[in-house]
Write a protein that binds this ligand. Sequence first.
Ligand code: NDP
Length: 445
Amino acid sequence: MGAIEEVLEIVKRRNPGEKEFLQAVAEVMESVRPVIEANKVYQEGRILERIVEPERVVLFRVPWVDDSGGVQVNRGFRVQFNSAIGPYKGGLRFHPSVYLGIIKFLGFEQVFKNSLTTLPMGGGKGGSDFDPKGKSDGEIMHFCQSFMTELCRHIGADCDVPAGDIGVGGREIGYLFGQYKRIANEFTGALTGKKLKWGGSLIRPEAAGYGCIYFAEEMLKTCGESLAGKVCAVSGSGNVAQYTVEKLNQLGAKVVSLSDSHGTIYDEDGITEAKLKFVMDLKNVRRGRIKEYAARHNADYREGKRPWDIPCDCAFPCATENEISGADAATLLKNGCILVSEGANMPSDPQAVHLFVSKRILYGPGKAANAGGVAISGLEMAQNAMRLPWPREEVDRRLRDIMIEIHRQCRVTAEQWGQSGNYVMGANIAGFVKVADAMLDQGVV
Ligand code: NDP
């Protein structure tokens, strides 16, 4: 049995039932196979065995009281996956589907993503099976305060810095930060994604979406193309999806879809700036369903459907993991899609990834394409440490430069290993080597 197969066996045995985690590990292991075979030093140092094992997992009870006085109990998680190149960094997800396997997959991906950003950040992730949908502001606050009462002893500006993810936006970060500050008795950058007036960074809300488009632009440039005039399908309608649409509009593309967990809207005329404003109010203020868009703007609504059968040039999955199946990928290709840039984490399942790579379309995997979110979180940490905010133009310029550099690393690395144009291999290998070398330098820890 080869070194990779042995590690995959161990991971399967040790993490039963954690299918998303196994999926993420299998993809990275397959990509780094030639690097491991060519560099015995990684095998001697048992780097693979160590890199798939989180440094620390915290699992805790989150009791809270709902508006009717009833006691509710949720489960909280923080997985501190790898700190070889910096403090743990990665978001918090509040969604009923959350269990340890989801948080471990996200934390594992985060290790390589953060490595690609060029910033000194390790990888971590956390969250809860708490469902924010339909909860009052008071209930959200009580939950966040209880969650942070436990989490606060495990995080800190130089140790572990959480941010947002699905179900955790500016409102939740506010309640979490308020409770952190109260317990820790210090105003430090222990969380990112904060609002501007109390330590946040300009461009942080936009960063994952804008970055995903900057990455797509770079991919298109390699074949002399641009986004202007391209018909684009976007999934999701949350933070990442909204700013993906905003940037696509600014660059002259036409966005024809958005979705949520209930269905998809198809607007052949395009989701203009004014229509996007409606979506932002609907999702961020009124917290309604995307279905309302269809009635208001005379668009098609497809209950229970995803956008991937809508004809498009470019696709931007920005909702959740495994939202593009192999069959969806085949439909996208059949309809002439030439580019997929992932705003979400691991939105394409293994069959879909295989199709995109083997058909050699421009396919930017999440750990490269959506790294703009965590990159600007890294810049928020830098601004907090200096106690100096940077202007919008400067943060946006840095975001663009970082995305260009991530794109360059992916291309150069893929080429170096004989897989020209394969961004999956490029991202995985470039992310891996930096972390693996740091682990070797630091001894057996
Ligand atoms: P939000 O909570 O703001 O939005 C999530 C969107 O995805 C909503 O429209 C939601 O619909 C939809 N969605 C969530 N779960 C499912 C599901 N199981 N099936 C169908 N639709 C679903 O989250 P974000 O925009 O922040 O995150 C979206 C993706 O981007 C995630 O994969 C996240 O990990 C990734 N990401 C986020 C970053 C960030 O900075 N926020 C950075 C990098 C990546 P509904 O409202 O119905 O649940």
